[in-house]
Design a protein around this ligand. Structure first.
Ligand SMILES: *Cc1c(COP(=O)(O)O)cnc(C)c1O
Length: 396
């Protein structure tokens, strides 16, 4: 079922069962009210500032700039937020909204566990109960995050259906929400799913580009020429792009996880290899097999390992307003090591995809050009896996 709301060109919409319509309509009404409510907004700003540590720094990467002999490079430091990534922006917004709606329970899906940990954190902060759905495979691979969620008071449900990974966890969370909407809010983790989620999550993440814009204007007196961010579902990227979409001179670049390459089956690059489809309540581009079934995806980066892309990105791709480029595991690992050495900043392996693309283009640009890279998260969580990638076994 769909209607005209929540469309981004031909993408988006509400392709969901009738029973879930009640929940999304209630959510849309509440959001339409609270997004313009002064108290809601001042409470959220206070949480962003006092709890999450915003505004995050816009850091001039001087050594990286000198080393690449080209454009000036700035890093938007979402890795410095509480819980170590941009995800806290979205969960604080949704948890506060849920609380205002009178909900007492948050549910969420998680792949690598980062969104689950962020949701469990917000639930603890607000005194709400929390259940996180996680694919069985992922609970094994991400035992530390399972421990953290439980430590924070959340229940972790291991999802055994399908391939026991993120897409199955999303499906299970949607089923759970359908059966229990009276006290429960589904805190969705990226700019995906049925309307109004792609809009709500984008609005909460848009704080990133609002800050970038005022910080770069103060620092340089002009807009950046490029804003580069990694894309899984696309929340940190749309948050980084949003306040620049009407500034035609600012090039917006999303970096997808190419895994072992876009010419292999081990990839998660949706724009490069996907086709139009309908899944998880939305129309967008998805990685599919020849029969239109959702294809298994792969990336070294668990946070980019999703077979689709948010509908607004699909639209920005269709219209050419944003460009999407694939970055392989190998390239991301190179960038992970490079940023660590040259700036003393260990980025999340997701963010390293964006760092690589900047490394690739900066040297071809003149010194007057400015690139902003969003560092969506910190890389502590990835150190053991990258060491393993390099053939070194360290214990976590
Ligand atoms: C989850 C995650 C991502 C991918 O999610 P988006 O919705 O595409 O932003 C990227 N970076 C980090 C650090 C993450 O934890």
């Amino acid at each position: 079922m769909s209607n005209s709301r929540g469309r981004f060109g031909i993408h988006g919409g509400q392709y969901i069962t009738e029973t879930l319509m009640n929940a999304v309509i209630e959510l849309e009404k509440a959001y339409d009210f609270y997004k313009n409510d002064a108290d809601f907004n001042s409470e959220l700003t206070r949480l962003f500032n006092e709890y999450a540590g915003r505004p995050s720094r816009l850091y001039y990467a001087e050594r990286m700039t000198q080393d690449l002999h080209g454009a000036k490079i700035y890093l938007k430091r979402e890795d410095l937020n509480h819980t170590g990534a941009h995800k806290i922006n979205n969960v604080l917004g949704q948890a506060l909204l849920a609380k205002k709606m009178g909900k007492t329970r948050l549910i969420a899906e998680t792949g690598a566990g980062q969104h689950g940990v962020a949701t469990a954190t917000a639930a603890a902060l607000m005194g709400m109960s929390c259940v996180v759905f996680m694919g069985e495979e992922d609970t094994k691979r991400q035992a530390l995050n399972v421990y953290k969620m439980r430590l924070l008071g959340a229940e972790v449900v291991s999802v055994k259906s399908g391939t026991g990974t993120l897409k199955d966890a999303v499906s299970q969370a949607m089923r759970e929400w359908t059966s229990r909407i009276s006290d429960t809010h589904y805190c969705l983790g990226s700019v995906m799913g049925p309307h109004p989620f792609p809009t709500i999550v984008r609005d909460f993440q848009a704080v990133i580009s609002r800050e970038i814009k005022s910080q770069i204007l103060e620092r340089e007196g002009k807009l950046p020429d490029f804003v580069i961010a990694c894309v899984g579902g696309g929340s940190n990227a749309i948050g980084s792009f949003w306040h620049f979409i009407n500034d035609a001179s600012v090039k917006l670049i999303g970096c997808e996880a190419a895994g072992k390459g876009v010419d292999t089956f081990e990839t998660a690059a949706t724009i490069a290899t996907g086709r139009l489809g309908i899944f998880h309540g939305m129309k967008s581009y998805f990685c599919q097999d020849e029969y239109g079934q959702i294809a298994p995806v792969y990336s070294i980066s668990a946070g980019l390992d999703y077979p689709g892309i948010g509908p607004e990105h699909a639209y920005l791709h269709d219209t050419g307003r944003a460009e999407y480029v694939p970055v392989t595991d190998d390239e991301a690992v190179q960038a992970f090591e490079y940023l660590s050495r040259i700036e003393g900043i260990i980025p999340a392996i997701e963010s390293a995809h964006a760092v690589f693309h900047a490394m690739k283009i900066a040297g071809k640009l003149s010194r007057e050009k400015i690139i902003v890279i969003t560092i969506s998260g910190r890389g502590d969580k990835d150190c053991a896996a990258i060491a393993r990638y390099r053939g070194e076994n360290i214990s976590e």
